[in-house]
Design a protein around this ligand. Structure first.
Ligand SMILES: *[C@@H]1O[C@H](CO)[C@@H](O)[C@H](O)[C@H]1NC(C)=O
Ligand SMILES: *[C@@H]1O[C@H](CO)[C@@H](O)[C@H](O)[C@H]1NC(C)=O
Ligand SMILES: *[C@@H]1O[C@H](CO)[C@@H](O)[C@H](O)[C@H]1NC(C)=O
Length: 586
């Protein structure tokens, strides 16, 4: 039997976050100017607080939306401690640009029998042509069962939607037959079918099978369960935060979840699952089938439980959610990024958990994976720029990128790949890329092409460094790249989780370059490899490479000389994140 308490203890770090939900509503007037004197973190006593990644003022954090010109970030939050708790609320911050944020009062707090023991994740859906936002969230009820509830804005004319009311019909969904009472949560954004009915999926578990369950409704309040699972995976445990959305076959624009999904010539579908048993966000590309009343999602490739499964991010990234931003016709993804220090450290810092930079996502031309790229708004924070072009990096060399604030930087480097045929041989079958990455000893063991890449948050003497790098191999009938983020030397402190992350990806032999963009922000190193096809996010806590003592290098430890065809790095300004009308914050 599954015990709720054990579940909570084991997973306290993860439950929390479960969901970001972004929701976007559009148009409308800006009522107030952005408060111009909000201050965010002070780095004096808080060297690890980020400067341009969203983090809550204090306490245990983690989860975002857009309505009438305003983006909303609702996140799972424990108001009482920097650890998980039994009275989780929906905290709320708003923004005009997804970069600068104003903290508001909590949007939803436990208060009724159907959510008295916590308000966990959910999603927002905008009904009636972008006029009516609804939140569907998981309540932990008086019996500690998981149920789904609805909330609507108290005053839809309030541009910030500060107050939310819970509907008297709650709960609107209870665990159906074949679903464990305490494993039924995280409703997705809803979509409208061609038959005029709303659909929503909810994550669940039965035994060891993870399930995604489909519900239908005509009025958004009265929901009927579909008894056949919409999607299921064996040996995975509970499916948290299912996110289901269409992507265009051609082009980088996003589409609304309700977009006419029947036409396979225009769209494919993505199912993202956060598997609690693995603490990673996996996604599947596939077909959304509607045959009469038989509706399901069939992935192109089934879950294997191996390193070949597709993940949004091969580092720290969980409980992500996407939303369609119809202000800019794009789909945006956010993930929750965990700490790598101890709970004790979190209590001392007074906070834990941050959000990734919002990423625009679309289907790669190959049709085989998604591409992710930091939203263009972050370029507003670009400050001083330095550039390098056409510079050779000989075998074993390291080049410092000077003239920037290396603790707070956006850097993009493009390496030329010449003679890909000379790459060394490796059959990736059965090789765990993460283990291979950790054997690279910080990228110092040489291969023919690579390791080459960046040393982020490095001390001057390189005793501390987080190396993000590639190596290229010749595999049977193809070329593969290995991308790694190695934290083993990220800090002189030894009480940290320094797991090295890595993954394989296909290299197109006609491809002449390979790129790496990394967003460095005090304690986060968020990397987008091969133009965003591969992402790896790490959390690191250097003891020397702090603030002005942090350095950034490009390196090549491969035998072959690598050319930097171009490198651009920008010091980043601090985002304005604070309370409404309160300058003495955080
Ligand atoms: C609703 O919000 C609008 C805009 O802030 C405000 O003018 C109005 O007084 C509010 N209505 C109520 C009932 O609070
Ligand atoms: C949070 O971080 C800890 C320590 O690094 C790790 O063991 C745990 O799996 C992480 N949880 C998630 C959801 O990433
Ligand atoms: C400003 O924020 C601080 C810190 O949370 C709080 O103690 C103070 O009461 C706030 N002041 C106002 C005017 O809201």
């Amino acid at each position: 039997m599954f015990s709720f308490t054990i579940f909570m203890m084991k997973n306290f770090a993860t439950l929390i976050l479960l969901a970001l939900f972004l929701f976007i509503l559009q148009n409308g007037n800006r009522i107030e100017a952005f408060p111009d004197r909000i201050i965010s973190s002070s780095s004096i006593n808080q060297p690890y607080r980020t400067s341009y990644h969203f983090q809550p003022p204090k306490n245990w954090m983690n989860a975002p939306m857009y309505y009438k010109g305003v983006y909303h970030l609702f996140y799972q939050h424990n108001p009482y401690a920097a650890t998980f708790g039994d009275r989780i609320v929906w905290a709320h911050s708003v923004s005009y640009d997804l970069i600068n944020w104003i903290h508001l009062n909590n949007a939803i707090e436990p208060s009724e029998p159907f959510d008295i023991n916590s308000c966990w994740s959910g999603s927002a859906t905008i009904l009636e042509g972008g006029e009516k936002p609804f939140i569907l969230y998981t309540g932990i009820d008086e019996n500690k069962h998981q149920v789904q509830n609805l909330a609507i804005p108290k005053n839809a004319s309030d541009p910030f939607l500060r107050e939310w009311i819970k509907l008297p019909q709650n709960p609107v969904m209870k665990p159906p037959i074949g679903v464990e009472l305490n494993n039924f949560r995280d409703p997705s954004t809803a979509w409208l079918g061609n038959d005029g009915k709303w659909r929503v999926v909810v994550g669940a578990q039965n035994g060891d099978q993870g399930k995604v369950i489909l519900y239908h409704s005509k009025d958004f309040v009265d929901w009927k369960v579909d008894s056949r699972p919409f999607f299921a995976t064996d040996n995975t445990g509970v499916c948290e935060c299912p996110d289901f959305f269409p992507v265009l076959i051609k082009g980088e624009n996003g589409v609304d979840t309700s977009f006419d999904h029947q036409d396979p010539n225009f769209v494919r579908h993505v199912m993202k699952i956060s598997y609690l048993s693995r603490l990673h966000d996996y996604y599947f590309l596939g077909n959304y089938n509607v045959f009469g009343d038989n509706e399901n999602f069939v992935p192109d490739i089934k879950f294997t439980g191996t390193s070949s499964d597709l993940r949004y991010d091969y580092g720290k990234f969980y409980a992500s959610k996407s939303f369609f931003d119809y202000a800019k016709n794009r789909r945006i993804l956010w993930g929750w990024v965990n700490e790598s220090d101890s709970t004790q450290d979190d209590i001392q810092k007074g906070w834990a958990g941050i959000q990734s930079i919002p990423r625009q996502i679309w289907l790669d031309k190959s049709g085989k994976r998604l591409v992710q790229w930091p939203i263009e708004e972050i370029e507003k924070l670009h400050d001083k720029q330095v550039s390098i072009s056409k510079e050779n990096l000989l075998s074993g060399s390291t080049l410092q990128v000077s003239g920037i604030i290396a603790s707070q930087v956006d850097v993009e480097v493009v390496f030329e790949i010449s003679e890909v045929e000379s790459a060394e041989w490796l059959d990736p079958k059965g090789v765990d890329p993460q283990i291979l990455c950790s054997k690279k000893e910080d990228g110092s063991r040489s291969g023919k092409i690579g390791p080459f890449g960046l040393l982020a948050l490095a001390s001057e003497d390189l005793r501390e460094q987080t190396s993000v790098f590639f190596q290229i191999y010749k595999a049977p009938n193809r070329y593969v790249g290995l991308m790694c983020s190695d934290q083993s030397r990220s800090s002189l402190r030894d009480d940290l989780d320094k797991t090295t992350y890595g993954t394989f990806f296909d290299i197109d032999p006609t491809q002449k370059t390979i790129s790496l963009r990394t967003l460095i922000d005090h304690s986060i190193v968020e990397s987008f490899g091969d133009e965003g096809r591969i992402c790896i996010t790490s959390r690191v806590y250097p003891s020397l490479a702090i603030d002005k003592n942090a350095h950034l290098f490009v390196f090549n430890n491969g035998i072959q000389t690598m050319q930097i065809s171009k490198l651009n790095a920008w010091s980043m300004k601090q985002a304005q994140i604070g309370y409404e009308g309160n300058i003495s914050c955080v």
